[in-house]
Design a protein around this ligand. Structure first.
Ligand SMILES: [Zn+2]
Ligand SMILES: [Zn+2]
Length: 146
């Protein structure tokens, strides 16, 4: 079970190897989620040239530790803003600008999901839902152009 840790995020971040820390910093600096190749390109601009497996290993580790999330639907990585290591959340992905907002899963929804799972003798692991849509900023700029 990779989703529950009895550690806090500061300890985790502090104990990262230089490669992992570099990747985490790139994700933190980026305004939107990054694919592994976008990450490699940003590193290259910083004068660091890595082979893809090096980036994937670091990204996998950050995801495993809950410091970043992998968004399956767009195949990109985003830093996790939460301070605890295990949580249920929703990631709101703007299909226009690509920005992602992470918010807690509404309690009523979480309860409903957990109840239904329990009825099937199934225990949900902390996870997130990927929800696509258009953010306020993009909807605003669309109106401006009309
Ligand atoms: Zn998160
Ligand atoms: Zn947007």
């Amino acid at each position: 079970m990779a989703s529950r840790h009895d550690c806090c995020r500061e300890t985790l971040s502090a104990n990262l190897t230089p490669n992992r820390r570099r990747v985490l910093q790139q994700l933190q600096r980026s305004e939107r989620p990054l694919s592994a190749y976008e990450l490699l390109e940003l590193l290259r601009q910083d004068g660091v040239s890595w082979q893809p497996p090096t980036a994937y290993r670091a990204l996998d580790y950050l995801v495993e530790q809950g410091l970043a999330h992998y968004l399956q639907s767009i195949q990109k990585y985003v830093v996790c803003p939460h301070s605890d290591c295990s949580h249920f959340s929703q990631l709101l992905i703007c299909v226009q600008c690509g920005q992602v907002q992470e918010v807690a899963m509404p309690a009523a929804l979480l309860t409903a999901l957990q109840q239904q799972a329990e009825e099937l003798d199934f225990q949900l692991a902390p996870q997130f839902l990927e929800l696509k849509g258009v953010c306020g900023r993009c909807r605003g700029s669309a109106i401006d152009r009309e």
